[in-house]
Write a protein that binds this ligand. Structure first.
Ligand code: KIV
Ligand code: ZN
Length: 556
């Protein structure tokens, strides 16, 4: 792709990212990350630094052979990504890098040498002339092995511009196809970095025939801003990492750059081929493989990136999501917008959440419930659906027994088939009897209840404990079941059906009876929720509730 507006995404999670303190990954974790990167649609995977160790070399070889040979399913492009290996500007490193990547369909060698005065003098102890000579020789050597060669003047951000231009021109003449300008220590400011890239573009001989690349570190929290400044100044490759991991404070985050280009396309006029809906998933894989957690307030992929807590924000969101949302969560694969109920939440958001849960309170009842909610939110940071359920059902709803257990008989043991015969009385007073075989007496009893109530549920949790000591102790059973409850569509970002969890509890000396009672309590709660949700949907002509239809009715 050579279009002027196309930005190549060069991912260095497996190289610079792996240099994050504590981020070491095993070979199989690296391959897993490489697959995820390929599925995302990155153009280049910097798979590692093969000269660093035999393990690094083996991981790069494995990535080249697998991910670099064929496009993984779901990849936006039908070509496999370029697989790149890093090398210092020495023959040994370049040989190792080549041995790492040569098994890929599109291999690249990335070689680097520091150019800034402080690195030349104290780290390399090389003169300007020696640096130029080494670049000339090593880029040419890399090019003799591989048609795709990238050169980076390390600490380019602190290099004298005229010297930088000279070195870059030498690299081009020696065969480099991509020139990367690293702000290795994250020192530059966005306007300085933009000017640096603009200077390279206008001053370096032969630059029009190569791709210019940006590589920014986050020591001053400016990595993304600098990367964007470099792209605006004409660079067409961005070197980034997932979750922004990398040496010290890290690199520019792939997710931030991709979403900035995507969200501000009209202004920036640049595009990538990244499948943005994979971003959150990719971020999670990297976090799991490196053991580095993503901070909750991290842009794009943090847990709070699409969560709104303040009452004013929640109210705005419910009226129109663009009031406080510049991108849709599903665009980055983050699921739905989350309105977190807490002490800042307003009455509007509170009443909508109740409706979603199947409770339609109005007038005084709603006022009272909201007051109780505020008291709870003062003590608890976040109020979960289960808290709301407890609050509403204890105060405002009479628990109704739609079905009651009249009799239960089980036969079980080491021979034969565990069978339960259950007799329930239904909501209209009718008796229902079923005898069912199960894997054990409790399973058989639950299956018999299921056949009578005809509801589809998933048993999430079943726990038994003895309340007191001794053989005649009461057995206490707790169950949690999950079921789909249809509800009104409150706003475009709310699903019309939500999976909800119902708890049940039973205590008896016979633990099979306790189990049946606990299950039936949860089932009765589910039936209550289904009934309330039917009522709520029936209140609106289309089943579609809008913020205005939900506003508290003063005459109610
Ligand atoms: O930050 C840096 O200078 C690097 C180079 C090796 C490209 O990571
Ligand atoms: Zn770096």
């Amino acid at each position: 792709m050579d279009d002027q507006d196309y930005v190549r995404i060069f991912d260095t999670t497996l190289r610079d990212g792996e240099q994050s303190p504590g981020a070491t990954m095993t070979s199989s974790e690296k391959i897993e990350v490489a697959r995820v990167l390929s599925r995302l649609g990155v153009d280049v995977i910097e798979a590692g630094f093969p000269a660093a160790s035999l393990d690094d070399l083996a991981a790069v070889q494995a990535i080249a052979a697998e991910v670099g040979q064929r496009a993984v399913e779901g990849r936006p492009s039908d070509q496999p990504p370029i697989v790149c290996g890093l090398a210092r500007a020495t023959q040994r490193d370049i040989d190792k890098a080549w041995s790492g990547v040569q098994g890929a369909r599109r291999p690249r060698i990335h070689t680097f040498l520091a150019t800034s005065p402080i690195h030349r003098e104290h780290k390399l102890r090389m003169s300007r002339e020696q640096v130029k000579q080494r670049v000339r020789e090593m880029v040419a050597y890399a090019r003799s092995l591989c048609a795709d060669v990238e050169f980076s003047p390390e600490d380019g951000g602190r290099t004298e511009p005229e010297f930088l231009h000279e070195v870059l021109a030498i690299a081009i003449a020696a065969g480099a196809t991509t020139l990367n300008i690293p702000d290795t220590v994250g020192y530059t400011l966005p306007d300085e970095y933009g000017a640096l890239i603009a200077g390279v573009r206008s001053q370096v001989a032969g630059v029009e025939g190569v791709v210019l690349s940006v590589h920014c570190h986050d020591d001053l929290g400016l990595a993304s801003a600098n990367t964007l400044a470099g792209l605006r100044a004409g660079a067409r490759q961005a070197e980034v990492t997932l979750n922004g991991i990398g040496e010290r404070a890290g690199n520019a985050g792939l997710e931030e750059i991709v979403m900035a280009l995507h969200t501000r396309r009209a202004t920036l006029g640049l595009r990538t081929q990244i499948d943005t809906t994979q971003l959150v998933r990719a971020s999670r894989v990297v976090s799991a493989c490196t053991g580095i957690a993503v901070q909750p307030n991290k842009a794009i992929v943090g847990a709070n990136a699409f969560a709104h807590e303040s009452g004013i924000h929640q109210d705005g969101m419910l009226k129109h999501h663009q009031t406080y949302e510049i991108m849709r969560p599903e665009t980055v694969g983050a699921g739905q917008t989350l309105l977190v109920l807490g002490k800042h939440s307003g009455r509007h958001a509170f009443s909508l959440r109740l409706i979603e849960l199947g409770y339609h309170l109005e007038g005084e009842q709603l006022d009272k419930a909201f007051e109780r909610f505020k008291q709870l939110a003062d003590r608890k940071k976040q109020v979960a659906d289960a808290d709301l359920e407890a609050l509403i059902s204890s105060e405002f709803l009479e628990a109704r027994d739609y079905y009651t257990l009249e009799a239960l008989q089980v036969s079980c043991g080491s021979i034969g088939m565990p069978t339960a015969t259950v007799r329930l009385r239904g909501p209209d007073g009718t008796q229902h009897v079923r005898a069912v075989v199960g894997t054990g007496p409790v399973d058989a009893a639950y299956k018999a209840i299921d056949q009578i109530v005809e509801l589809s549920t998933t048993l999430l949790e079943f726990s038994v404990r003895s309340v007191t000591e001794g053989i005649d102790a009461l057995g206490e059973v707790g169950v949690r079941i999950r079921a789909e409850v249809p509800g009104p569509r409150i706003s475009p970002q709310h699903a019309a059906t939500t999976a909800r969890v119902f708890r049940g509890h039973g205590a008896e000396t016979d633990i099979v009876v306790a189990s049946a009672k606990a299950y039936l309590t949860a089932i009765n709660r589910l039936i209550g929720a289904l009934e309330r949700s039917r009522d709520a949907v029936a209140r609106t002509p289309t089943g579609e509730l809008t913020p205005s239809t939900l506003a508290p009715n003063p005459s109610a």
